[in-house]
Design a protein around this ligand. Sequence first.
Ligand SMILES: NC(=O)C1=CN([C@@H]2O[C@H](COP(=O)(O)OP(=O)(O)OC[C@H]3O[C@@H](n4cnc5c(N)ncnc54)[C@H](O)[C@@H]3O)[C@@H](O)[C@H]2O)C=CC1
Ligand SMILES: O=C(O)CCC(=O)C(=O)O
Length: 527
Amino acid sequence: MPKVLVSDPIDKTGIDIISQVAQVDVKTGLPAEELVKIIPEYDALMIRSGTKVTKEIIEAATQLKIIGRAGVGVDNVDVTAATRKGIVVVNSPEGNTIAAAEHALAMMLSMSRHVAEANQSVVSGKWDRKKFIGVEVYKKTLGVVGLGKIGSHVAKVAKAMGMKILAYDPFISKERADQLGCNLVDMDLLVQESDYITLHIPKTDETYHSINAETFAKMKPTARIINCARGGIIDEVALAEALKEGKIAGAAIDVYENEPLEAESPLRELGQKIVMTPHLGASTAEAQVNVAIDVAEQIRDVLLGLPARSAVNIPGMYPDTLEKLKPYLLLAETLGNLVSQLAGGRIDFLNVRLQGDLATGDSKPVVVAALKGLLSQALRERVNYVNASIEAKERGIRVVETKDASVRDYTGSLELEAKGSLGDHIVRGALLGEDEIRITNIDGFPINVPPSPYMLLTLHRDMPGIIGKIGSLLGSFNVNIASMQVGRKIVRGDAVMVLSIDDLLPEGILTEILKEPGIRDAYTVAL
Ligand SMILES: NC(=O)C1=CN([C@@H]2O[C@H](COP(=O)(O)OP(=O)(O)OC[C@H]3O[C@@H](n4cnc5c(N)ncnc54)[C@H](O)[C@@H]3O)[C@@H](O)[C@H]2O)C=CC1
Ligand SMILES: O=C(O)CCC(=O)C(=O)O
């Protein structure tokens, strides 16, 4: 039975789902060294934001297949290291959207009305009504940085509260912003005009410390900032200074550059100017059930050999897409493997031509499958759907994809053209019925053969007696032929012969075949 390590607190519904197929060990709060020590035992790791899955941990893992992040942000996982190792990383892109959006709104209102300090004051026995005069959000301008899932929900609700919404998101269309009733502007304008700025972007090299002293200098002195996205987007030292010096009026922060927040952080010394929560954006009962189910189902599926629907490092596939594509993925992998064996040496270029129905859907998984097949000769079991693209890129293989829905010789067919150091080859294949793979063309010669574990291919002159000679030669080496087919373009021109044989060809037989008059080339292929 596979073993799954759950290293952060996860709702029981998720644990129950994984327990159907695996042994689940819940061990939270482990120090990094301990995690490095025990990770080799595990097939899957399930985390929230607490566990930092470093390169060291990933490199120590010997059988890890999947890292499941019960939440959105995967910045606590070294996704590059996982991808290189062929480990799929999944998250729950929508499970906590509402929770995080509502927390940002709660923080905005709490900050505006001093809810937290007023509560503390009442609890401590005081009745101070003058100290806690707040401000209204009605008719104020809210600048939403990042108009994705959470940012959009915040914008919709804030709009309903009578706020004017500015948004900055370079990857969102004006139409989408219009739909949400937001005015899409550049970051400078948003910073200068907003009474509140709320961040809903990922932490990346580009966004790290993108809110800094320069940003605070441009903000209105009455403006307030909310960060329920990721620590590190705001430069915390600059924020503390801006608040102290009155450059801005307030901040509401849920996430920090280092979590837990250091005892000596300057953010702890700002009194009423700041409202802080300990990364609670996703902490609702509903969100925790959603993300636990979402990620647990994906861990279960991957352990059962099925694809994950929200993988961040491979093309995600929904079950209905997969059902349709599965036989084609196998076809792509088979053809990739075939063309790489024909090419023999280093491959520099692969053209993946999707034809017929195959040209109308999502081609990314098919291209990845073709690359997996192509690299399987060189990398064997080290290559998988996760790392095939990155491995191909690192080997300098240029991949081009072409689609032609008008080709109708089969419902859907796939052609791979590989150019390499030893020559160029083109193979084509299609499905017979629902899922029977057929190789339908090799280097321009039409054939119709199923792939088999041991095959012999020859390119020869189409002349009487040649097939008999190859048959006798194989017989003399005690090789049994299971099936044979010849494809040619013109009579007495060149032809290919494809033989399925029962066993691996014995050493030396290819050299003998190549000595036969009329044989131009011969290849052994194992599919
Ligand atoms: N505090 C918490 O507990 C939680 C925090 N989060 C965080 O909230 C953030 C947003 O999450 P979602 O809305 O689900 O993600 P999303 O992917 O739906 O939206 C992110 C948006 O940011 C935009 N974006 C990317 N780079 C940008 C840049 N440099 N400038 C402006 N916009 C940029 C993207 O185009 C996208 O529209 C993430 O960082 C996530 O980790 C999510 C859930 C809970
Ligand atoms: O797991 C959590 O509580 C944090 C959630 C979060 O930050 C995210 O989903 O990006």
